[in-house]
Ligand binder design. Structure first.
Ligand code: DX5
Ligand code: ZN
Length: 216
C-alpha cells in the first residue's frame, strides 16, 4: 500500500505569517498543502482567493490542494488554475454544474475532485467518480477548523472505497475535518489515503511528530 498523504490545512495557520507557516509544514514532513477557500455564502466564513494561492505557489514545491467552498465555483476555476493549484476540489452541493466544473478544472490543466458535506450521501458521487482524481468526504460541516469529528464519516469512507474500487481505482480518497492523532488510524483503515488536518498539526507542540504519527 502506498504511503498516506498528509495535507495540513492552512486555515489553522497564522495568516499574517503564511510564508513561514508553509515552511514549518515542509519541515514537519507535510506532503500537500490544503487551502480552504470560503466565500461567506456557501459557508458562513471567508478566507482568501486566488492571490493567496499564487503567492503560496512561489514559496513551495509541495502539491497545492485547493478546496473550494464557494457557490458556482466554475466562475473562478481559471483564476485558481492560473494561480498554480495542483488539485482543485468542489463541493457537489455548491452548484448544479458539477460535471461541467470538473471538466473545466481538467481543461485548465489541474487535477479535479468532488467533495461531499456530512449530510450528502456517498451515492451522490457515483456519477462523478469516473472523472475525478480525488474524492473528499467532509467529516465536519464545512466552514471552520477545530470542530469535532463526525463519527459516521468512517462508514462513508468505507462505502466510498467500495465505489471507488469499482468505478475508478485511481481516484484518491481524502478526508477533511476533525482529524487527530487519535482517530487518524480509524479513517485510514476505512480507506482514507489523503488526510487533511488543520488544528491537529498547526496546533501541535511538535508538528513533525504529529505528521509522522499520522503517516504510520
Ligand atoms: C473546514 C475545512 C477543513 C478544516 C480542517 O471547512 O475544509 O480543511 O480546516 O480543520 P481541522 O483539522 O481543525 O478540523
Ligand atoms: Zn478543507
Amino acid at each position: 500500500m502506498s504511503k498516506t498523504i498528509i495535507a495540513p490545512s492552512i486555515l489553522s495557520a497564522n495568516f499574517a505569517q503564511m510564508g513561514s507557516e508553509i515552511r514549518r509544514m515542509e519541515e514537519a514532513g507535510a506532503d500537500w498543502i490544503h487551502c480552504d477557500v470560503m466565500d461567506g455564502i456557501f459557508v458562513p466564513n471567508i478566507t482568501f482567493g486566488p492571490k493567496m494561492i499564487k503567492d503560496i505557489r512561489k514559496t513551495t514545491m509541495l502539491t497545492l490542494d485547493v478546496h473550494l467552498m464557494i457557490t458556482e465555483p466554475i466562475r473562478y476555476i481559471p483564476q485558481f488554475a492560473e494561480a498554480g493549484a495542483d488539485f482543485i476540489t468542489i463541493q457537489v452541493e455548491s452548484t448544479d454544474k458539477v460535471e461541467e466544473t470538473l471538466k473545466e478544472i481538467k481543461n485548465r490543466g489541474c487535477k479535479c475532485g468532488a467533495v461531499i458535506s456530512p449530510d450528502t450521501p456517498v451515492e451522490t458521487l457515483r456519477k462523478y467518480l469516473h472523472m475525478c482524481d480525488l474524492a473528499l468526504v467532509m467529516s465536519v460541516h464545512p466552514g471552520f477548523g477545530g470542530q469535532k469529528f463526525i463519527e459516521s464519516s468512517v462508514d462513508k469512507i468505507i462505502e466510498l472505497k467500495k465505489l471507488r474500487d469499482e468505478l475508478n481505482p485511481n481516484c484518491i480518497i481524502e478526508i477533511d475535518g476533525g482529524i487527530t492523532e487519535d482517530n487518524v488510524c480509524l479513517v485510514k483503515q476505512a480507506g482514507a489515503e489523503a488526510i487533511v488536518a488543520g488544528s491537529a498539526i498547526f496546533g501541535s507542540a511538535d508538528p513533525a511528530k504529529t505528521v509522522a504519527k499520522m503517516k504510520l
